[in-house]
Design a protein around this ligand. Structure first.
Ligand SMILES: Cc1ncc(COP(=O)(O)O)c(C=O)c1O
Length: 495
């Protein structure tokens, strides 16, 4: 493509994106295509010769767009938000245009230093302790895996990285016995298995991380929650004590600030005390709700931050920075770097002793310039501008929760800690099994309207509809309309 064509389509596409921002509500929120529809319209073989840009652009509209679910739609109330914003898109465009691979300071000093600065801005904005240092990763799942790997190395004196998972004194194998010198002497259960603890409401990325990091799923202990779906610190202590008596080695506790199902907030101060007492790594998954900590009135959720070893939250969820952009903070970067760093000759530079090489702060070597879009977003909105939108989302959630509470035939299923409302239809005259069936049907009907998209979870065994309010452009009228759609759909079917 020559520069002239690039300019022509570049301008046209920016125009199209601006129009998309304005008109996105005209699309059904959720794509209406069936499985295989899109694939059936695409050639099986790649084109041998160059395609014309006009044909590619046309196919984007005709084939791809119908298969897009519109996360930027103001009627987006499903899962969690994955927001963009004009500033973020422009930052992303420049990142793509510059095309820098930012693995080391030297491969783009501005990328490293801007990442240091914007992650520290985020730290200040969310009230994290001054000593915590940040790095941008792709997702919370990767950050949590990174935390679990670091916790594993800290718990084993960095021996698993050296010797592997089996046959290492103090490592995570079970059933082997050693002399002091580390010589394998038998097959007794010496109980050196590492254990990880998280609430029964923790996100699936914890289980995935536990599996990948080699702890073994059996060694992830799910801790009971209270009536608000937050981890019970007394049960955590009990589990740790039992494990210690049984000869296990507690390695990591993952606390959640804002669970996926109901935005429950685990009690960090109590959990932190326990971790400190037993020398256990405390990782915090604040993937979505962490953004709310930028509000003074929500800062309480970071109480106990002095105990945190690592924490992740996602500007790509609720901070108007398009996917992917996950902020990972660590108290002691040297634990992370000791876990991750490999320095082959071909990557070494003369500045290594003076600078941060972010390739040592995570799993991947090659790194995108994510800090640029985040910098654009924070500067363009200003912290106060960001607060205003987040605060409004929380207000809208409170308004919606009020409608649910007032209605005779609906009920709230969990406390509303930030921007998520869990509810179900319930006429107080129908059995539990039937309520599950009716609410399942109700959700199908709501989503068939095309104007909104909500998803579900199960709380205390009960089918629950989730209304997650966090799309950048969602205003009160959108939430009012959602409530109308829900009410209209909620007619108990004849049995
Ligand atoms: C609490 C929590 N943790 C982790 C994740 C995973 O986030 P990511 O897609 O960035 O890996 C989610 C996703 O919704 C989440 O709700």
């Amino acid at each position: 493509m020559d520069n002239e064509t690039f300019r022509k389509y570049g301008y046209e596409m920016v125009d199209w994106i601006a129009g998309y921002f304005e008109n996105v509500r005209q699309y059904p929120v959720r794509s209406t295509v069936n499985p295989g529809d899109i694939k059936s319209r695409l050639p099986k073989q790649p084109p041998a010769e160059s395609d014309d840009m006009s044909a590619i652009w046309k196919d984007f509209h005709d084939i791809i767009l119908p298969g897009i679910t519109h996360w930027q739609h103001p009627g987006w109330f499903a899962y969690f938000p994955a927001n963009n914003s004009p500033a973020s898109v422009l930052g992303e465009l420049l990142t793509a245009g510059i095309g820098a691979q930012c693995m080391s300071w030297e491969t783009s000093p501005a990328a490293t230093e801007l990442e240091e600065v914007v992650t520290d801005w985020l730290r200040q904005m969310t009230g994290l302790p001054e000593e915590m240092k940040g790095v941008l990763q792709d997702t919370a799942s990767t950050a949590t895996l990174t935390a679990l790997l670091t916790a594993r190395e800290v718990a084993t004196g960095f021996s698993v990285n050296e010797k592997g998972l089996v046959g290492v004194p103090g490592s995570i194998d079970k059933g082997l016995d050693y002399t002091e010198a580390g010589k394998l002497t038998g097959n007794k259960d010496t109980g050196r298995t590492l254990r990880v603890y998280a609430s029964s409401e923790a996100h699936s990325s914890i289980e995935k991380g536990v599996k990948i990091a080699g702890y073994g799923r059996e060694n992830l202990c799910y801790i009971e929650t209270d009536e608000n779906y937050a981890m019970r610190a007394d049960k955590l202590r009990e589990a740790i004590m039992e494990d210690l008596m049984a000869g296990f080695k507690p390695a990591c506790v993952v606390a959640t600030i804002g669970t996926t199902s109901s935005t429950a907030i685990d009690p960090l101060p109590e959990i932190g005390h326990i971790c400190r007492e037993y020398g256990i790594w405390l990782h915090v998954d604040a993937a979505m709700a962490g953004t709310a900590a930028i509000l003074e009135e929500k800062r309480d959720m970071m109480k106990g931050a002095e105990f945190i070893d690592s924490l992740v939250f996602n500007p790509h969820k609720w901070m108007f920075t398009n996917f992917d952009c996950s902020a990972y903070f660590v108290r002691n970067p040297s634990h992370l770097v000791n876990t991750m760093s490999i320095s082959p000759e071909y990557l070494r530079t003369s500045r290594d002793a003076q600078v941060n090489n972010y390739r040592d702060w995570g799993i991947q070597l090659g790194r995108r310039f994510r800090a640029l879009k985040l910098w654009f977003v924070i500067r363009q909105y200003g912290v106060n501008g960001l607060k205003e939108i987040v605060r409004e989302h929380i207000r809208l959630a409170q308004w919606f929760a009020g409608r649910i509470s007032e209605a005779d035939d609906f009920e709230l299923m969990a406390p509303v800690s930030t921007n998520l409302v869990c509810f179900r239809w319930n006429d107080r005259n129908t059995g539990e099994k039937e309520l599950d069936r009716i609410n399942r049907q109700l959700l199908v009907k709501i989503n068939e309207s095309g104007g909104v998209y909500l998803t579900h979870t199960v709380l205390s065994g009960k089918y629950t509809i989730r209304m997650s309010i966090g799309q950048r452009t969602t205003v009160k009228a959108d939430v009012e309309r959602a409530w109308e759609i829900i009410r209209a759909a909620a007619v108990k079917p004849a049995t």
